[in-house]
Ligand binder design. Structure first.
Ligand code: NAD
Ligand code: UGA
Length: 466
């Protein structure tokens, strides 16, 4: 085990990043006490659930880690102030969504949760504290955090007229995990990125990861390169998806096949074969918000052409979703009135219960506006979550949430695959065909089913990109 004098870590924010990341740190660093704190008491309650099926984040393998560490050196609580006071290192892992109103609305990140975290740290930290930006942030945010930390400190010191000697170092350590594979990504990352101003703090943060990650995978940079690299990594990943999705439409018009094209181009080692799966557009809480944030930064610095270039990645993504809903309407004789459609998959990708920015939301809303009756099934997303995402009051009886895929498909005119959950591949499609209204359609927006087998059963099949 790598030794360092870090004994106590606090993580502010017990979400999809804070929860899994700190669980792995606790697992790999049994000598460090890890306190994960949140202002959302329901979320903390769920993290402390006896039944591990009730954890607020579903990630394969996470329950095992929690079983091993919770109560040993991993604690979830709402004791934000006390945990800050005890910590040698504080990770800020709070949400940074797109601003909805005011300056930069629709593009810039809303940093109000970052600011409130910094203010609380400024007030309750003791001695020297390393503050780590784990959240994804606009480049230069470390400057803002530093200003908040030190301006409040001056005030406190004046007020109390005693020498508190609080000092802070800011380190950027963005997270690259993907939901659904978070545990493996955290255990075996391609790299860990640490940006900072002073070597001592960088070394201390590195020493945590060195407990399970080889030194050559720990990259260190200056603060601004680290902050910017996170936004750029997400922008490049999302750009690949928009590129392949744009080509999927051209395949449909020309008789080419998107999977064959992806295979052909992906075998060029300069292009690589990952992240070339065409689908209903990228979802998740980050790609869109991080690109919009990049666009905002570019415009702020007067780089309008650069901003337009990246904004197009988001525009193609919305276009792909609209394109799919209109293909469904056209194939179902131009009207969805009095038609039941089964939507299989509501999470933004398989193996997660996260629905933020899921393509299923926009596509389902388009179909509801056409008068369709939608029957949803997702193996992990709870009924209330689907209803909340869809603004369900508007559509009343036209939304039904089902306990099985078969229930959703029974009597339907079409089945629409929007998330590639493995269990959809194993469904009894012959039985489903018999239970549906004729003509029976399958719209496979994830290219995950065997379309020639389905056609043999009698289905009309539309597969994206062919
Ligand atoms: P999340 O919404 O799931 O969790 C954030 C948590 O922070 C919430 O539970 C919220 O209650 C809590 N919080 C907010 N302000 C607080 C405060 N002042 N004190 C205590 N708790 C507070 O968000 P997330 O998905 O975990 O993302 C967090 C950050 O990590 C974002 O910046 C995101 O861009 C980035 N990120 C996310 C992922 C991902 O896969 N979700 C991956 C990499 C990076
Ligand atoms: C993404 C990045 O992959 C992570 O590195 C990053 O840490 C994270 O965002 C973040 O900053 O939040 P995540 O959104 O969890 O992770 O999941 P991805 O696997 O990247 O998938 C994002 C979306 O793209 C999903 O809707 C997925 O279905 C879609 N996708 C992905 C495709 O349509 N095609 C692909 O080939 C890959």
């Amino acid at each position: 085990m790598v030794s360092s004098n870090i004994k106590n870590i606090c993580c502010i924010g017990a979400g999809y990043v804070g929860g899994p990341t700190m669980s792995i740190i606790a697992l790999k660093c049994p000598n460090i006490t890890v306190n994960v704190v949140d202002i959302n008491s329901n979320r903390i309650k769920a993290w402390n659930s006896e039944n591990l099926a009730d954890l607020p984040v579903f990630e394969p393998g996470l329950d095992d880690v929690i079983r091993k560490c919770r109560g040993r050196n991993l604690y979830f609580s709402t004791s934000v102030e006390d945990s800050i006071a005890m910590a040698d290192i504080i990770f800020i892992s709070v949400n940074t969504p797109t601003k909805e109103t005011g300056l930069g609305a629709g593009f810039a990140s809303d940093l109000k949760w970052i600011e409130s975290s910094a203010r609380t740290i400024a007030k309750f930290a003791k001695g020297h504290t390393i503050v780590v930006e784990k959240s994804t942030l606009p480049v230069k945010t470390a400057e803002t955090i530093k200003k908040i930390l030190y301006s409040l400190q001056d005030f406190e010191e004046e007020k109390n007229n005693n020498n508190l000697q609080k000092t802070f170092s800011i380190v950027s350590n963005p997270e690259f995990l993907s939901e659904g594979t978070a545990i493996n990504d955290l255990l075996n990352p391609d790299r860990v990125l640490i940006g900072g101003e002073d070597n001592d703090s960088i070394d201390k943060v590195s020493s945590i990861y060195n407990n399970w990650i080889a030194s050559n995978k720990i990259i260190t940079t200056n603060l601004w390169s680290s902050e910017l690299s996170k936004l750029v990594a997400n922008a490049f990943l999302a750009q690949r998806i928009s590129s392949i999705n744009a080509i999927s439409s051209l395949c449909e018009s020309t008789g080419a096949n998107i999977q064959e094209v992806a295979m052909a181009i992906g075998s060029d080692s300069r292009i690589g074969n990952k992240f070339l799966n065409s689908g209903p557009g990228f979802g998740g809480s980050c790609f869109k918000k991080d690109i919009l944030n990049l666009v905002y930064l570019c415009r702020y610095y007067g780089l309008n052409e650069v901003a337009d270039y990246w904004e197009a990645v988001v525009k193609i993504n919305s276009w792909q979703q609209k394109r799919i809903s209109s293909i469904i309407v056209k194939n179902l004789f131009g009207t969805l009135a009095n038609k039941k459609l089964a939507i299989l998959g509501f999470s933004f990708k398989a193996d997660t219960n996260d629905t933020r920015e899921s393509p299923s939301i926009n596509i389902s809303q388009d179909l509801l506006q056409e008068g369709a009756q939608l029957a949803f099934y997702d193996p992990r997303v709870k009924k209330e979550q689907i209803l909340k995402e869809l603004n369900s009051e508007k559509y009343g009886e036209n939304i039904q949430i089902c306990k099985t895929a078969i229930d959703a498909a029974t009597g339907a005119d079409a089945v629409i695959i929007l998330t590639d959950w493995k269990e959809f591949l194993e469904l009894n499609w012959s039985f489903i065909y018999k239970s549906m209204r004729k003509p029976s359609w399958i719209f496979d927006a994830r290219i995950c089913l065997d379309n020639s087998y389905l056609k043999d059963l009698g289905f009309n099949v539309w597969t994206l990109g062919s």
